[in-house]
Design a binder for this molecule. Sequence first.
Ligand code: ADP
Ligand code: MG
Length: 607
Amino acid sequence: MYTVKHTKKFGKAGMLGYFLKGCRLLFAVSIISSLVTTFINVVIPQVISFAIDSVIDDVPPEGLFAKFADMFGGTGWLKAHMWALAAVIAGLALLMAVSQYCVTYFNHRANQALMRGMRNKLFSHIQRLPPGWHSAHQTGDIIQRCTSDADAISNFISNQLTSLVRIVIMVALSLTLMFMMDVKLAAVASAFIPVLMAYSLVFYSKAGKSFKKCDEEEGVLSSLAQENLTGVRVVRAFGRERYERDKFERQNVYYTGLWVHIEKFLAAYWTTNDFLAALQCMLLIVVGTVFCLDGSISPGDLVAFISYNTMLMGPVRQLGRIISNMSRAGVSIARIGEIINAEEEVYGEAGALSGDIEFRDVGFWYEEGKPVLKGVSFKVPQGSTLGIIGGTGSGKSTLMYLLDRLYDAKEGVITIGGRDIRDIPPATVRANIGFVLQEGYLYSGTIAENISAAVEGAGTDAVVHAARTACVDENIRSFASGYDTVVGERGVTLSGGQKQRVSIARTLLRKTPYIILDDSLSAVDSDTDAAIRAALAKEYGGATVILISHRITTVMHADNIIVMENGGIAEAGTGSELLKREGIYRRIYDMQMSLPEDLKGEAGYEE
Ligand SMILES: Nc1ncnc2c1ncn2[C@@H]1O[C@H](COP(=O)(O)OP(=O)(O)O)[C@@H](O)[C@H]1O
Ligand SMILES: [Mg+2]
């Protein structure tokens, strides 16, 4: 028995915290450096103002600057030694350069750590999600979530969030200092700030929709290209190049048009924005000069005001973009949340299973209202062989998925050795069942690696032995590099039958007490089929074997045979019993046995 461990569920903030684990300190250093930079940025205009007013001119300094001047022996001394002031400014600039360096460096490090952690967390979580989840989600969509959405989240944390903190502090500090210097002029200097903020906010939330549209259309364009590349043979064979090219071109033109439209929009935005910023600056200079002339502010203050004004324009205009992007990040967080919060399969200790397999009244559907299996009951005694025969779509593979706990039965019970398999962790069930799937899959790598994939540290002898049992050893040796032949996407293409036999060898190497061959001999000829079954019986005599096939000769010698039809068992018994019954099995038998050798297995079903 094992205890169920439920996947931890996260809210949006909780999930950010989870991803940030391990890189919080780096982000903290980056943010603190950023605050230091901001602080120096805000202080420098004050020093310049002091230099103009109290050193060049003769206005007596106040507050902190009075203490500062005293430190150097009064403004008189500073006047005689202007370099001291220059040195202070240079010192501040140097400090700012160092802190700016720290901002960039630590931010990048933190971001890389964040991305690495996020990729690992997502990948290992997805690995543990049940096959039912995988079949309900498209691969492209999962990949998009793990790339684009993960990027959006890391961008949100490392870019937007830190910028937001910096901007808010910068605006608050500068405004406070400006209002302390002169309330009226500060009001003038900040007059356009709300306007600029509102304008950029409205613009970016509108533009966000257009950007999203562009993203989607780009997706359409790339899937068009992808479809075309994967179907290149069909396209050529049917002479559809022109049609495909036109289709691609239409989408391409549409997509390009969207970008041109956005750029037009962006150009209008930035020019208007620049114009508003220039207006603000002009207003400040005009009013400031008037104030300066009538003596209500000093020239130094005016210079400081102009510095703050210039300094604030950029960040204020960025703010709208940041805030609108933040809402996009919210969408990404929700999309990643759907993955992170999906329930993982339970992994437990892999113990050995033994005993009979029994299905009792098993029912199953992939989609509500469309039953795929109903009321299926049968028993496979330990050590015996069961043959399953039936038309495409009759539910044979699904039956085996349930046994392997790739999905769980919706009705009824499946037991192994009397234990309900729902009480056995999926990993344990699968460790005991060698399942050769109908659609064989080879990893990119050598044939030897493919065969030993499921068994760590398998020796060459064991690999060759498994290949021999699966009747593929000779084929492999006929390749120039033998067992080191690279297969998979970039390697040699194996024939369907060779692929099936490599998959069988991989499963046999695991030496499991239960073996399922789901239509795994369909692409090999009848003689090889028979040779593999004979080798299996000899080598794995103690194993419980389930053979699924279209070919009557594959299943006819099994201890028991079931005939599947429309998700139920139509007939069951031994080969000779079924022949006597004169039912479906008999009909298939007669049709296939009367055919020439190479067509056996092809007839018998109205497909
Ligand atoms: N992942 C799936 N989602 C929805 N329907 C499925 C899925 N896999 C199989 N089916 C449907 O279940 C039925 C049985 O399929 P399957 O078990 O593969 O039959 P068989 O192996 O006998 O050909 C078919 O109608 C098929 O379309
Ligand atoms: Mg099948």
